[in-house]
Design a protein around this ligand. Structure first.
Ligand SMILES: [Mn+2]
Length: 314
């Protein structure tokens, strides 16, 4: 499959790389990293990374803007994108050909080639592995982008999916010039307002009887704390690792709905997310509800997941 993929890349007149909406470090890391690798390996190939920017990850670079005509003439590569409704550019289907590289559980199968490996910590790990195995050119910038993906998606080498392979790949990226100390510094930086909203989350968290911890952040609260949606949503892990509360979530108002960022260090919660029209990984998923009344039902369902888990554990 990888050989075919590289052949398609080689043959393509131009390439457009698309990730998901509200991009994280892995999404943008894959977009910038893959773009750089293709440009450096296949001389003079036109490669564009398009989609949504992230204010908090702006140090990674600027995305491109392309006309409909360019997309139509291009091979489109999707990265770190499980469900097509989350595609950061809706023109993904208008290209000459479509391929996909992803690491999400329940990743939608699309395109003429769809390479999904859910055993890795980050999509960036797959791209780095392809580069290593096929002797593609990986510059220091590309290595930095891919390592950003690995570090952010693995929570600093702490989450499921981290393996000896992850460290071998990381060693390779360091050899190629990625500066892990600098990178960790950048990733760890928070704004004053971001820290304050974390305080709000801890102060205003609710818990259910059995062990689900959550906090609702409305648009009004975001305004009061002068944070944008991304900054507020980064506070999800302020509720992580509390004894007795293996499942936690942030419920954030966005537009006319509420996005739920659901996390676990025990029971799998992707099925719960599925029930609410979302999905993701076994221990990190997302879904949405449409009004605050639904919070009661959602927390009751999450509580039930924890109850079942604790019953089995006992
Ligand atoms: Mn990812």
């Amino acid at each position: 499959m990888i050989e075919k993929m590289l052949e398609k890349i080689k043959q393509a007149k131009s390439i457009v790389i698309i990730g998901h909406v509200t991009p994280d470090g892995d999404c943008l890391g894959c977009q910038f990293g893959l773009k750089e690798i293709i440009k450096d390996t296949f001389n003079k190939k036109e490669v564009y990374a398009i989609g949504e920017e992230s204010q908090t990850l702006a140090y990674m670079g600027k995305l491109d803007t392309v006309s409909d005509k360019v997309v139509k003439e291009s091979l489109v590569i999707l990265v770190d994108l499980a469900n097509m409704e989350r595609a950061a550019d809706k023109r993904y289907n208008t290209g000459v050909d479509l391929i996909k590289i992803d690491h999400h559980f329940n990743s939608e199968e699309v395109g003429s080639l769809c390479y999904v490996d859910c055993n890795v910590s980050a999509c960036a790990e797959i791209i780095a592995r392809i580069a290593i195995e096929n002797d593609l050119v990986v510059s220091a910038d590309a290595a930095t982008s891919l390592l950003t993906g690995i570090i952010t998606d693995s929570g600093g080498f702490r989450y499921t999916g981290v393996s000896n392979e992850t460290f071998k790949i990381t060693a390779f990226l360091l050899e190629r010039g990625a500066d892990i100390v600098e990178l960790n510094k950048k990733i760890a930086m928070v704004s004053y307002n971001e820290l304050k909203i974390k305080g709000y989350v801890i102060e205003n968290m609710k818990v259910t009887d059995t062990g689900f911890a959550y906090c609702v952040i409305t648009k009004k609260t975001m305004e009061e704390y002068h944070v944008i949606y991304e900054e507020a949503s980064n506070a999800v892990n302020s509720l992580a690792n509390i004894y007795g509360y293996p499942v936690w979530a942030l419920i954030l108002e966005k537009g006319s709905e509420y996005r739920i960022r659901l996390r676990s260090n025990g029971p799998r919660i992707d099925l719960l997310a599925n029930k609410y029209g979302g999905g993701g990984h076994k221990l990190a998923s997302g879904c949405r509800i449409y009004n605050l009344k639904e919070v009661y039902q959602f927390s009751a369902d999450a509580d039930e997941v924890v109850r079942e888990y604790k019953r089995k554990e006992a």
